[in-house]
Design a protein around this ligand. Structure first.
Ligand SMILES: *Cc1c(COP(=O)(O)O)cnc(C)c1O
Length: 444
């Protein structure tokens, strides 16, 4: 069993994270519980920052907050010197509430509403990543009304699509995002943006995919974007200060996953950009990247209590936990794979093949198919590592299940960073029209 970050096995054979015994965390906070390893989050941030410092280039590392967006995580990445990507007014609101410096916030998305653009303009965020012509014109118009000139990047699709172990180089990319380089719309967008009086074109952005384990996709994307930038610089005199190559750096969910070190990706990207701009006049552009999953993914562990099981002789044994697709929709959505361990007796030899089921009313609510565990029984604690990214942020109240608490652990200390939802939270937004009220008075 691979133990991530500060996870260890203590003398009682309990899983310990950030110096905190998971059994004690269960006692204090209940289950299901998301546990975030602060030290590992900070380490991941520093790996990217240090790798860029070593290249000698100017850079920004922006945490893609959609992976896990709470006020406490905004504070941590802020302290580590990262910038922050947001994709909605809710994420922007969270960042601003957390006191994240607006100048280091970047706004993404293929359908930013006029309200979102206004809110972000009023907050004077650092940069808009403009996705399409309508947004470009709308941003220019709203900025004109406010007498502002926001910095923008244009999101381009370089015709590279990456999936984990391979990348596909496509001519015309079929994507809802961005301006296509291949069909000339990216060039048109650059020319428009260059002429609009109320936007300042800083550079170009591309994001090729997620959970990527190879550098080739990034290299090809960097080459294509840089090549495109160079061409426009030579032909149209447009200079670009920033090349943003997005996120998507892979992490280890299961033993077989083989992620690369942050510096490997960073060096490959930096070299590709340097090569393309070698011999050109002017300064090298800054490189920006946007890791999400690889900042918080392996820092998260979900702790469940095991409840019932169902043994179907000759078929399989289902073992159920007190959470499921409501706190981790990734297996149901993407067929994502996870490992697990019995946190209250980690050293017991795995002896039984079981499948871990969630408690929702969906046959598809399975967290793990076929995993060897040491005969799990009701009351055992199941820890599922690597749930820091796209778990809490995608959690739902399906079946009116309350969203779990999130605790941040570090050096023997645990702090609640998101409270467990209460029953009142569950009905907080319900409204019973007057004509139906009689039927609910019996409880009050
Ligand atoms: C989702 C996303 C990211 C982060 O992706 P990860 O796989 O979590 O690193 C970065 N940039 C953009 C534009 C994205 O959509």
């Amino acid at each position: 069993m691979y133990l991530h970050g500060s996870s260890t096995i203590n003398e009682q054979g309990h899983l310990q994270i950030g110096g905190c015994d998971t059994l004690e965390l269960k006692e204090q906070y209940g289950t299901p519980l998301y546990i975030m390893d602060e030290q590992l989050i900070r380490q991941r941030c520093r790996e990217y920052m240090d790798a860029f410092r070593a290249t000698g280039m100017q850079f920004q590392v922006a945490y893609a907050s959609k992976a896990f967006c709470t006020m406490a995580i905004c504070r941590i990445v802020e302290e580590e010197g990262l910038s922050l990507d947001v994709v909605s007014e809710g994420e922007l609101y969270t960042a601003l509430e957390a006191g994240f410096p607006a100048a280091r916030i970047h706004f993404h998305g293929n359908n930013k509403t006029p309200d979102e653009l206004e809110m972000a303009l009023d907050a004077q965020i650092g940069c808009f990543v403009v996705d399409n012509f309508i947004e470009l014109q709308m941003l220019n118009a709203i900025a004109a009304e406010k007498g502002l000139k926001p910095a923008i990047l244009l999101r381009v699709t370089p015709g590279v699509e990456a999936h984990t172990h391979e990348f596909i180089s496509t001519g015309q990319e079929d994507s809802k995002f961005g301006f296509d380089i291949g069909n000339g719309s990216a060039e048109e967008a650059v020319k428009q943006a260059h002429q609009l009086p109320h936007v300042e074109l800083l550079g170009l952005h591309s994001h090729i995919g997620s959970q990527i384990f190879e550098v080739d996709g990034f290299e090809v994307a960097a080459q294509r974007v840089a090549d495109f930038a160079r061409q426009l610089q030579q032909e149209a005199g447009v200079s670009f200060k920033v090349i943003n190559l997005g996120g998507g750096f892979g992490i280890r969910y299961i033993e077989e996953d083989t992620p690369l070190a942050a510096h490997t990706y960073v060096e490959a990207i930096a070299n590709a950009v340097k090569q393309q701009f070698a011999g050109l006049e002017g300064e090298l552009p800054q490189i920006w990247i946007e890791p999400g999953r690889s900042i918080v993914g392996d820092a998260g562990t979900t702790l469940y209590t095991i409840g019932t099981s169902k043994d179907i002789p000759g078929v399989r044994k289902y073992v159920s936990v007190d959470g499921g697709m409501t706190d981790n929709p990734r297996p149901a959505l993407y067929d994502a794979k996870y490992e697990a361990l019995l946190a209250n007796r980690v050293n017991d030899e795995p002896s039984e093949l079981v499948s871990i089921a969630g408690k929702c009313c969906e046959s598809g609510d399975m967290l793990i198919w076929d995993i060897e565990l040491a005969e799990p029984v009701a009351g055992d604690l199941l820890a599922v590592p690597c749930t820091g990214a796209y778990n809490y942020s995608m959690a739902s109240n399906y079946n009116r299940i309350r969203r779990p608490a999130v605790v941040l652990v570090n050096d023997g200390q645990s702090d609640l960073i998101v409270e467990r939802e209460s029953f009142e939270d569950i009905t907080r937004k319900d409204v019973v029209p007057a004509r139906l009220r009689a039927s609910v008075t019996s409880r009050s």
